[in-house]
Design a protein around this ligand. Structure first.
Ligand code: HAM
Length: 414
């Protein structure tokens, strides 16, 4: 065995699990194209400053979890821990708002966070995310949330809980944070949370310590401090979710782990995931464009953890396609077998020739291993008469057809 081992927190993806990934990726593309989203692919690494400015210096993601390195020219780079900041950078740099309409985008790809690995939590993980740029309305938030719930339902995942909140805006959040800090300063919190009070105070709502979980229930909640504009936005967003008949629970402690959110915040959680219960999360980020030096553009989006979705696709069985093994009786018949196999491949069908297993019996064993539906048998007699013997490996019936009729046979049987 090789002495090399996979790095901690990463995974190899291979069959049969990879079938679930291919299925999921295909469903994302198909589903989101219904709503006119277009795919965007940004680089795996960006200038570190983008994430520090975009996500926030004091977030756990930036302060503890970034895969940050210098390249040979001394540039300060980071493997992307998420894709929203990159998408905003790409949108400004390439002027998406001028050239791409509607400005609705999705992405699928690996993200990197130096997190403590456990069930559903990895250091290289995959997200798909969707973002609506330039739309300030609560209806855009509600449509986006509706698609996240409905998408999961369409791929067979039910029984999840949708949590929604509003995290306010530049106008109302500072007043709230003042109140929160004052109250949290007096409260019974763990050492780490006590340190958070002066800095990233909202993080105390995410603490898993029992003591803090109890304490935060009595701390002031942002929903009681929303300005008129944020309150109206939240109410209309909830009304529109009702229109979609999407059930939700208001969670005034849902604050999200990234600093760019304004107004709507939401998550979908699952009972099956233990501590890592969020299948997806997102919200509105009306200040991020400006924060990153772009125009004043509102936006809303979410990202889903694909590993966590895959864990929920338990009953999945991949679509099966018919397979044919092209079997040659003797090594002298191999070239003819290759010619026949080519007629399968070029007509778009799945077929295999076992070049190395020259024994007739061995080739049949291999046909069973790949669960082939048919074996096309080629021997000197078939070559002489211009015929093919075809055995249906499921029914064990065998027939002979003229080689020139192969296309017709394929149309009828594959
Ligand atoms: P996030 O909540 O940090 O948001 O991540 C979104 C989802 O990615 C999580 O709900 C979770 O399913 C998955 N995830 C996060 N970290 C890990 C990990 N270490 N291992 C496995 N899965 C993980 C964002 O990333 C935002 N960019 C979402 C967004 C888009 N907001 C607006 N637009």
């Amino acid at each position: 065995m090789s002495s090399f081992r996979i790095p901690k927190g990463t995974r190899d993806l291979f069959p049969p699990e990879i079938d679930r990934w291919l299925f999921l990726e295909q469903k994302i593309r198909e589903y989101y194209s219904r709503f006119l989203y277009q795919e965007v692919r940004t680089p795996i690494f960006e200038h570190s400053e983008l994430f520090m400015r975009g996500i926030g210096d004091e977030t756990e993601v930036v302060s503890k979890e970034m895969y940050r390195f210098r390249d040979k020219a001394g540039r300060d780079l980071t493997l992307r821990p998420e894709n929203t900041a990159s998408l905003v950078r790409a949108a400004v740099e390439n002027n998406f708002m001028e050239h791409l309409y509607p400005p609705r985008f999705y992405y699928i790809g690996p993200m990197f966070r130096y997190d403590k690995p456990q069930k559903g939590r990895f250091r290289q993980f995959h997200q798909f995310g969707v973002e609506i740029l330039g739309d300030p309305t609560p209806q855009a938030d509600a449509e986006l949330i509706y698609t996240s719930v409905e998408f999961l339902r369409e791929i067979g995942i039910d029984g999840l809980t949708l949590l929604v909140n509003s995290v306010g805006c530049r106008e109302c959040r500072p007043g709230y944070l003042r109140e929160l800090r004052a109250a949290a300063g007096q409260a019974d919190l763990c050492d780490e949370c006590r340190g958070r009070v002066a800095g990233n105070c909202l993080r105390i709502f995410d603490c898993k310590e029992e003591k803090c979980r109890r304490t935060v229930r009595d701390l002031p909640k942002i929903l009681d401090f929303l300005c008129e504009d944020c309150r109206r936005h939240f109410d209309q967003m909830k009304d529109t979710l009702d229109q979609y008949q999407v059930p939700f629970r208001i969670d005034p402690t849902l604050v999200r782990g990234l600093d760019y959110y304004t107004k709507t915040a939401f998550e979908i959680i699952s009972g099956q995931l233990g501590a890592q219960d969020a299948l997806l999360g997102g919200g509105r980020y009306d200040d991020l464009f400006r924060e990153l030096g772009g125009p004043d553009l509102p936006a809303v989006g979410f990202a889903a953890g694909m590993e966590r979705i895959i864990l929920h696709l338990a009953d999945f069985s991949p679509p099966k396609r018919k397979k044919t093994m092209v079997i040659y009786q003797q090594p002298e018949c191999l070239n003819h077998a290759i010619r026949v196999a080519r007629r399968f491949w070029e007509a778009g069908h799945a077929a295999l020739v076992e070049y190395a297993a020259q024994k007739f019996k061995k080739q049949f064993q291999r046909a069973n291993r790949i669960e082939a539906d048919f074996a096309v048998i080629i021997g000197p007699e078939e070559i002489r008469t211009g015929e093919l013997s075809i055995k249906n490996l499921k029914t064990r019936e065998q027939e002979s057809i003229k080689e020139k009729d192969l296309t017709k046979w394929q149309k009828q049987n594959l």
